[in-house]
Design a protein around this ligand. Structure first.
Ligand code: GLC
Length: 435
């Protein structure tokens, strides 16, 4: 009998000690700083193995896979995976504009331990954005807002008091500095770089021009298709005039990393980009280290600048074989400490409000996040909720129309009139109207 008890105890011991090996594939951002950070944050989770999830001990390996850098290409890839009900990736970064389009293929995080409590600390507007029919389809990871980067040293050199407050001022300053730098011997110097390629990034930039000029937000939150209006037309014309004057002709092929490349090698006076471009600009080998500042984008006729709301969420693929483990990884990646580290190391904006008050953040290179919090809060949303599940197509129509104007293939009023017709056809239930 004693022997039997001993054997049974040993058996129980083995069961308790048994760890299940699970590999979780995480598709995340492709730019170098973000991949480097992803490896580190994943390693911290692996160092804490085993993880007890739902009563089982898991020994988890996280495989970091950089996805396509362009949000448009990333969406196409995810749609291919979903079409095939693929389990290729378990955890995926999804753009703030995709919850409505992708909800059918994403796990409801509320089905897993810890999420109800965790979301209490996150920005409520983003949690709401990520909630589709009561299901949480993504944990807010980092938020984003368009910003103006400016060369403080050049503003000083050319006698400007501060960064431009209006688009007109930006045009004048960009032209003056560009002329001066070229005369000074740098033929590669440009006044202003931004994202003009035909992809999601152009939707973001163009929304900023239009909204800052009082031209609305393409399709308003109440469903009014508002894009075909005089202020929007004027805003798009303004940007088209930059191409080949203060911005390179090639800007119509630029994505974020192209703009950052020109900027960081010291060849631009101003850049529109997201916060992630800050930390690499301060790298030891950056030509512009300690020479630049960051502020809000310039105002148009509305009297105020507009920043497009961006950002990424951590989602679990509904076809993952290990959704509960994937969800636990998501909780780690999006936790307070990891968001704090991410903010400081790769200048991504936290989605947990308290991180903005953390002394470590305030003392770091990105202490300025705190001062810009109102800008981030007031960022203009793209019309993804009202157009779901067809935001992807809506945006494609918009950026294609704008791109045609930038390349001179169409004039702004014709392009926006045609766009209006296309949007009406895509969304027969929505009405036309003023912004
Ligand atoms: C950034 C933003 C994202 C946006 C993308 C466009 O990654 O966070 O929301 O869609 O840029 O290029």
């Amino acid at each position: 009998m004693k022997r039997l008890i001993l054997a049974f105890t040993l058996f129980l011991g083995t069961v308790a000690l048994a760890q299940q090996d699970v590999s979780v594939t995480w598709m995340t951002g492709a730019n170098t700083p973000s991949v480097q950070f992803a490896q580190k944050t994943a390693q911290r989770y692996m160092d804490a193995n085993p993880h007890t999830i739902g009563g089982t001990d898991y020994n988890v390996t996280i495989e970091v896979v950089p996805g396509p850098d362009s949000a448009t290409d990333r969406l196409s890839l995810y749609l291919q995976y979903f079409e095939a009900r693929s389990s290729e990736v378990d955890v995926m970064d999804i753009d703030v504009i995709w919850p409505g389009d992708l909800a059918a293929h994403l796990a409801n995080l509320y089905d897993y331990e810890g999420f109800e409590a965790a979301v209490e600390d996150f920005f409520p507007a983003i949690v709401e954005n990520n909630t589709v029919n009561g299901e949480l389809v993504g944990l807010p990871y980092f938020t984003d807002a368009g910003l103006l980067y400016y060369r403080q040293d050049l503003l000083d050199e050319y006698g400007f008091d501060g960064p431009p407050e209006t688009w007109q001022e930006l045009e004048q300053m960009a032209q003056t500095i560009q002329d001066g730098e070229r005369e000074g011997g740098n033929p590669d110097f440009w006044g202003y770089v931004w994202q003009g390629n035909a992809y999601e990034g152009l939707t973001c930039d163009a929304l900023e021009w239009v909204a800052s000029n009082g031209g609305g937000s393409i399709i308003e939150p109440d469903g009014t298709i508002s894009i075909n209006n005089e202020r929007a037309i004027a805003a798009v014309e303004m940007a088209a005039n930059w191409v080949g004057t203060i911005s390179p002709d090639g800007v119509t092929g630029y994505q974020e990393e192209d703009a950052r490349g020109t900027w960081q090698s010291g060849n631009a006076a101003f850049m529109r980009n997201w916060p992630y471009a800050y930390v690499p600009g301060q790298d030891a080998d950056s030509a512009i280290r300690d020479k630049f500042g960051v502020t809000t984008l310039p105002a148009g006729d509305s009297g105020a600048g507009a920043a497009t709301l961006g950002g990424w969420q951590l989602a679990v693929n509904r076809y993952s074989p290990n959704p509960e483990v994937a969800a636990d990884v998501v909780l780690h990646l999006g936790s307070y400490d990891e968001q704090l580290a991410r903010a400081i190391e790769v200048s991504n904006l936290p989605t947990i409000e308290a991180v903005y008050e953390d002394q470590e953040l305030l003392d770091s290179d990105v202490g300025w996040f705190n001062a810009l919090l109102p800008v981030f809060r007031n960022a203009v949303a793209r019309p993804s909720t009202i157009t779901a599940p067809q935001y992807g197509e809506t945006s494609r129509l918009f950026f294609s129309a704008i791109h045609d104007v930038l390349t001179g293939d169409e004039d702004a009023s014709t392009a926006l009139a045609i766009l209006e017709l296309d949007l009406e056809a895509l969304h027969p239930d929505l009405e036309l109207g003023e912004p």
